[in-house]
Design a protein around this ligand. Structure first.
Ligand SMILES: Nc1ncnc2c1ncn2[C@@H]1O[C@H](COP(=O)(O)OP(=O)(O)OP(=O)(O)O)[C@@H](O)[C@H]1O
Ligand SMILES: [Mg+2]
Length: 264
């Protein structure tokens, strides 16, 4: 049974998609025999864009699986050997409008779980990219995941943002029976030379220690390398330049995530 890792936040632009595509690329290179699926749960479809695909040109997407009961395997596309994508695109914006009035007794927060259960046995790892807010789609993702990661940028209100996500996750556990473990908070877009960033990181560190949550040791620096690789080479940086110092960061992050804190 594959592990389902989801990357969530209650805001946009904190690096969810970049972390998904770069760590999946690291996994692809470090463990080429492992079967990996990315599920793009975001209507922006940026996971596909990172692999040079137009999200609005797929014949079928996650939306068709959810709303039209299409089997997941009929929407999954292959990106590389042992690396697949269940794409998402702007159709997902209509999830609530199309599904909520036609529930016929189904739980609106368990649609994605059913899709994940179809494919979990076929993959070693499933990586979920998420939208910038935790509403119906976000709750569906939390409800499908085994492990949750919360990226944040060390700036004003960052801890507040983490608290808000943790509250939603805790409520999802209590009210929906979600079983996901918050496996890590990830400091992203760090400017280490900036005192302000270091202070906000320290605040996050104190908060995490007090609440028994893992702040991953790997700190992702602020760099245009990741955006640059996608724009120039149509692929994540780790695939474009696996031996670079920036790629090393993602190999380290991956190792920490797959440990699930057992070696701490
Ligand atoms: N470490 C980094 N340093 C600087 N820029 C970064 C870094 N990681 C990602 N970015 C850039 O920041 C922007 C937002 O990143 P990304 O799209 O991964 O965030 P997101 O959380 O998925 O956003 P959304 O919620 O809108 O989907 C992108 O332009 C991306 O290239
Ligand atoms: Mg994104």
């Amino acid at each position: 049974m594959g592990e389902v890792l989801a990357f969530i936040a209650n805001k946009g632009g904190v690096g969810k998609t970049t972390i998904v595509v770069e760590s999946v690329s690291a996994l692809h290179l470090a463990y080429p025999d492992k079967k990996v699926l990315i599920i793009d749960g975001d209507a922006q479809g940026n996971s596909a864009v990172a692999f040079n695909k137009d999200p609005n040109k797929f014949e079928n997407t996650l939306y068709d699986c959810v709303v039209k009961d299409l089997p997941a395997k009929d929407a999954i596309v292959n990106l590389k050997p042992n690396l697949d994508l269940l794409p998402g695109n702007q159709d997902l914006n209509y999830f609530e409008l199309d599904v909520l009035p036609n529930l016929r007794g189904r739980n609106p927060l368990e649609f994605f779980k059913k899709i994940v259960n179809q494919v979990k046995g076929e993959y070693d790892f499933v990586f979920f990219d998420s939208p910038p807010e935790l509403k119906t789609v976000g709750l569906n993702i939390i409800n499908s995941a085994d492990y949750l990661y919360i990226p944040f940028v060390p700036e004003k209100f960052a801890v507040k943002g983490i608290v808000a996500v943790l509250d939603i996750v805790n409520q999802a556990k209590k009210r929906l029976g979600a079983h996901a473990k918050v496996d890590g908070v990830i400091a992203n877009m760090m400017k280490p030379s900036t005192k302000l960033h270091s202070n906000y990181l320290l605040q996050a560190d104190i908060f995490c220690k007090r609440n028994g949550i893992r702040l991953l040791n790997t700190r992702i620096p602020n760099t245009i390398r990741f955006a640059d690789s996608i724009a120039k080479f149509g692929m994540p940086h780790v695939l474009a330049d696996p031996k670079s110092d920036h790629s090393k960061i993602y190999f380290n992050l991956l190792k920490e995530m797959l440990d699930h804190g057992t070696r701490l």
